[in-house]
Design a protein around this ligand. Structure first.
Ligand SMILES: Cc1cc2nc3c(=O)[nH]c(=O)nc-3n(C[C@H](O)[C@H](O)[C@H](O)COP(=O)(O)OP(=O)(O)OC[C@H]3O[C@@H](n4cnc5c(N)ncnc54)[C@H](O)[C@@H]3O)c2cc1C
Length: 433
């Protein structure tokens, strides 16, 4: 099949096999037409567990699933492995690195990217964590800098290698700080018995007055106390001014010498070219109507992190979380089937089932409507929800066994340096990803 040849009308082209695009393609099982699912990776990533890959608790393969395999039993879906560069809605085509593809309906489910707010120096030196490559980069950075630290004679240079700074106190920053602090508290002395006096430090820097600002006050306060108990130094209500690969400067006058900065402080929509500036929000999300259709673009829809469905309840659009993407994918599948039968599309309504964040072993927070849970019970709910949300029985089994073993031994088994860490080279690899 040549990509631009439509074998069966109507053709729905979905760009992105993440949470939203995958749900949409699956929900189109009964659609009597052609579905092309396009992704620049040949796998679906379970992003909520990236931090465990970055800290060596889980192997990367356990949180990804091959997209082609998912559709073995769905004949109307064809997977295309390419990168979409531009949408051309006047001609109902998209440009890809492998040629143009035409569509009857186009759905962008391209997710989001790290937002460095235009600071090129920080972008160059700080490590983002949005995909598997970046999580593995962080793993290499942590492990390799520890090894280098223990050979370093100069005490100032050694401390810079042992200082870990996480910027951004949302769920990702809190989870990462907790996981690195657990590494320091439970693994360091086992892996490096000769380094009993190593002064590894974990810092968390957040611009808002509290951590987990999108959650309840109970959750924010609890998460902060848990991290403090684990030895994390927390700076709230401050901003990082600069980072040059050696020195991190905060606007309260604090300077931290560090070779390890992980940036979890912001996200922006990731969308191909082809939209006017007016169609995009400040955070680069595409503005859509209440059915996820892009204003002034015929038959073009955007779902998930890349979409901003602005309403009184959600003046910035819905939160960038997996349930929004999944529910929009599910809802849009029904609407597209209605439209192909000349029926009217129905508006999307988000059902918020709650928010969870984990801080470490036996430590998590959960906001479930008016109920706020913390500690062991919240942690068990977090484990259950994440295991059930994973794609593929084997992945669930591998992760369950890894967690069970780590729970007993406090000792994950994936602390491997599989490539040399070098900020400049790593960034090139990430950008190409
Ligand atoms: C570290 C981390 C932790 C998170 N933790 C949680 C959590 O605990 N709970 C929660 O609910 N949410 C969490 N999220 C957010 C959640 O993962 C996102 O909200 C969700 O993935 C959005 O789904 P999506 O379908 O919009 O995009 P994604 O799932 O990001 O999928 C986008 C897909 O599009 C593909 N793509 C992008 N551009 C192109 C292109 N030009 N051409 C071809 N393919 C392209 C990508 O390869 C990717 O497969 C986390 C995110 C991160 C990064």
């Amino acid at each position: 099949m040549r990509l631009n040849e439509i074998t069966k009308h109507p053709r729905i082209v979905i760009v992105g096999g993440g949470f939203g695009g995958l749900k949409l393609a699956k929900a189109l099982k009964k659609f009597d037409g052609e579905v092309l699912l396009i992704d620049r990776h040949n796998y679906h990533i379970f992003q909520p567990l990236l931090y465990q890959v970055a800290t060596g608790s889980l192997q990367a393969e356990s949180i990804v699933f091959p997209l082609r395999k998912i559709f073995h039993n769905q004949a109307n879906v064809t997977f295309v492995y390419t990168n979409v560069t531009e949408i051309n809605s006047a001609s109902n085509t998209i440009s890809t690195t492998d040629g143009d593809i035409s569509y009857d309906y186009l759905v962008l489910a391209t997710g989001s990217d790290t937002n460095f707010f235009g600071n090129k120096e920080i972008e160059h030196y700080a490590m983002p964590m949005k995909n598997v490559t970046e999580a593995l980069n962080i793993r290499s950075m942590i492990l390799q800098n520890l090894e280098v630290a223990f050979l370093e004679k100069d005490l100032e240079k050694k401390q810079a290698l042992l200082n870990f700074v996480i910027v951004g106190g949302g769920p990702t920053g809190v989870e990462l700080s907790g996981a690195i602090a657990e590494f320091k508290n439970h693994v360091l002395h086992k892996d490096y018995p000769e380094q009993k006096d190593a002064n590894m430090k974990v810092y968390l820097v957040e611009g808002k007055k509290e951590l987990l600002a999108a959650m309840s006050t109970e959750a924010s306060v609890n998460a902060k106390q848990n991290l403090l108990d684990m030895g994390v130094e927390i700076y709230n209500d401050v901003h990082v001014k600069s980072y040059d690969g050696e020195l991190l400067m905060i606007d309260n006058g604090t300077n931290i010498h560090t070779k390890n900065v992980i940036w979890a402080a912001g996200v922006m929509g990731k969308v191909p070219a082809g939209f006017s500036a007016g169609a995009l929000t400040k955070s680069n999300r595409v503005q859509v109507d209440h059915t996820n259709k892009v204003h002034d673009h015929r038959n073009v829809y955007v779902i998930g992190d890349a979409a901003a469905m602005i309403s009184l309840e959600y003046p910035q659009g819905h939160p960038g979380v997996a349930p929004v993407a999944i529910q929009q994918g599910q809802h849009l599948a029904k609407n597209l089937m209605r439209l192909t039968k000349n029926e009217a599309a129905k508006p999307f309504v988000y059902k918020d089932k709650g928010t969870l964040a984990t801080i470490g072993r036996n430590k998590a927070v959960a906001d479930l409507g008016k109920i706020h849970l913390k500690g062991f019970i919240a942690w068990v709910i977090w484990i259950f929800v994440h295991l059930m949300s994973l794609v593929g029985f084997t992945n669930r089994l591998i992760i369950f066994l890894s967690w069970a073993s780590s729970y007993i031994t406090y000792n994950g088994a994936n602390r491997l340096i599989i490539r040399r860490f070098n900020t400049k080279e790593m960034k090139v690899e990430s950008e190409a990803d």
